[in-house]
Design a protein around this ligand. Structure first.
Ligand SMILES: [Zn+2]
Length: 240
């Protein structure tokens, strides 16, 4: 019994130590999200508090959960804010960047540790719906109609209010790190549904930039997840 207690204690202390260490790391994002690299990237935890990463394969084999240290702290802090604004809600992070950045197919961006995909929260009869959270990388293939209902299972729909609260939390958390949300990519025909909600209106008020023109193939992919790019405040970087 004491043996196990010691092992558990050591594991927890080590993971606590690892988290603390990550909190002090300084990463460097080089180039752009389309052509860039990541130096000293940090990997988001697979599971912590109210969130987890969406695919063990993407996390452990493809190793795509790395971000810039400032983005790391922003993502973690935002979920802590969500503990209060969306109690009992479970969130999932999807693909980020590789350890040293660079090309990461099929994404056209995600190259320098400043891009993060977030799983769109769903609900069914006003209750959080997480059945499809376990699809792993196949989750990217899910599709929704323009009213935000899942194709084939119309009772399941996008929880725009929770999604907006999460993006507001990201906006607040990013400021503490000297970052800001550079842009959000979310299917254009679904944006009206998001901005109609109480917290969606707050997104508008804050002027958080949602991309309004996208190639069809990219637009169609961004319904079951939304993509967020962060940038340093005051840093002017070419978009391409
Ligand atoms: Zn993305």
């Amino acid at each position: 019994m004491r043996y196990w207690a010691t092992i558990i204690f050591l594991t927890l202390s080590l993971s606590g130590f690892a988290q603390k260490k990550k909190a002090n790391v300084k990463s460097q994002s080089v180039g752009t999200v389309r052509k860039g690299e990541l130096k000293n990237g940090v990997r988001l935890p697979y599971k912590s508090g109210n969130f987890s990463y969406f695919s063990p394969f993407s996390y452990g084999v493809l190793r795509r959960a790395y971000v810039n240290s400032k983005v790391y702290r922003t993502v973690i802090e935002a979920y802590q804010i969500c503990e209060k604004t969306c109690p009992n809600q479970k969130f999932r992070v999807m693909e980020c960047s590789r350890k040293h950045g660079g090309k990461m197919k099929p994404h056209r961006t995600h190259q320098n540790g400043t891009s993060v995909d977030f799983m769109t929260p769903l609900k069914k009869k006003d209750k959080q719906f997480r059945f499809y959270d376990h699809l792993g990388i196949w989750h990217y293939l899910m599709a929704f109609d323009k009213s935000g209902r899942m194709k084939g299972t119309r009772k399941v729909k996008i929880d725009y209010e929770t999604m907006a609260k999460h993006i507001i939390a990201l906006d607040d958390a990013s400021k503490k790190e000297g970052l800001r949300i550079k842009k959000v990519i979310f299917k254009i025909e679904l944006q009206a549904g998001l901005f109609k909600t109480k917290y969606g209106k707050e997104l508008k008020r804050r002027g958080i930039y949602f991309v309004r023109a996208l190639p069809k193939i990219i637009d169609n992919l961004h319904d079951e997840h939304y993509h967020v790019d962060f940038e340093e405040v005051g840093k002017v970087v070419a978009n391409h």
